[in-house]
Design a binder for this molecule. Structure first.
Ligand code: ZN
Length: 310
């Protein structure tokens, strides 16, 4: 069994409009943009990262905004809900704030004993704010969100699957422990995690497969401390029969990817070196950062990107 995984590292999704995406995460949810770079495989597209002050693993929501991309069609084989941790008693103020900004699809319920506010992102993205007692992570308090309401980071993610058995087995191998089942959703928790500790598996045997597009989660990444831990995880997964990519340098972390039995793309990313490797903490997310190989094409790349408003 793998013991190196410490919860989620980041969640990466797709959007249709970079400015709208930036505004939603910074102005509406009050996160900090911690990096403005490009999709390393398609440098004419931004890769935007939002999180706490320094982009601590377990807080980082990232986006590829492909201009005018069609919306995804929700279904199985994908992450259906990305869950953010907020303090106990804060949902009423969030509901008010989101409604004041025009959100109309807000639903409050209870899940695994916690109050949850479900909301949609600009492209119909499935999000939830979950009241989590005793989350000791220090939040970023941007855009007038008070410290007693601000997002602490992810609490976890909910995956929609035809059948949960094979993914459940994989999570067990990755070090997750089965917690409770509520209806058709079973919760798995990583012991000793970074706060982004839960993965919920939702069984939907009759549902159609998702079609990825704007508003869809592209992949979820799990955190490991360093490259040595990542190599251990890679070997363990490959010894179990998973097809895992070689280690890829993403400038701010090292990444490996593998497709899970239920269809969801998983990544394992290192906590090192972090987002302050090429900008100081005070200016994270300000300038357009390019991987070295694209620097010679900076002017051309910048011309393809819409300027963000801040
Ligand atoms: Zn990733």
């Amino acid at each position: 069994m793998i013991k190196e995984i410490k919860g989620l590292h980041h969640v990466t999704s797709m959007a249709a409009d970079a400015r709208q995406n930036n505004k939603f995460f910074t102005d509406t949810l009050g996160l900090r943009r911690v990096k403005k770079t490009v999709n390393f495989d398609e440098p004419g597209v931004y890769h935007l990262y939002y999180g706490d002050e320094v982009g601590t693993p377990g807080t980082v929501m990232t986006y590829f905004p492909f201009a005018h991309m069609m919306r995804g069609r929700p279904g199985v084989g994908e992450v259906g809900e990305t869950q953010f941790s907020v303090p106990k008693g804060s949902l009423a103020s969030w509901k008010e704030r989101l409604a004041a900004q025009g959100a109309t699809d807000l639903e409050v319920d209870t899940t695994f004993g916690s109050d949850r506010l479900r909301l949609q992102g600009p492209d119909g993205d499935g999000f939830a704010l979950i009241e989590t007692p005793d989350d000791t992570r220090t939040p970023w308090t941007g855009a007038g969100v008070s410290e007693n309401a601000a997002i602490r980071g992810f609490s976890g993610a909910r995956l929609r699957l035809h059948d949960i058995a094979a993914t459940a087995e994989l999570l067990g191998f990755m070090g997750y422990e089965r917690a409770e089942t509520e209806g058709n959703v079973t919760r798995y928790v990583i012991p000793g995690g970074n706060g982004a500790d839960t993965i919920d598996l939702e069984a939907l045997p009759q549902a159609a497969f998702a079609r990825q597009g704007a508003g869809s989660v592209h992949h979820i990444a799990f955190a490991v401390e360093d490259r040595a831990a990542q190599l251990k995880v890679r070997k363990a997964l490959m010894d179990t029969g998973y097809q895992v990519t070689p280690v890829i340098d993403r400038d701010y972390f090292w990444a490996i990817y593998f497709r899970t039995p239920g269809g969801v793309l998983f990544e394992v990313a290192t906590n090192e070196p972090g987002f302050d490797r090429d900008e100081d903490t005070a200016h994270l997310g300000t300038d357009l950062k390019l991987p070295t190989r694209y620097e010679p094409y900076r002017e051309k790349i910048e011309a393809q990107l819409v300027p963000l408003t801040d």
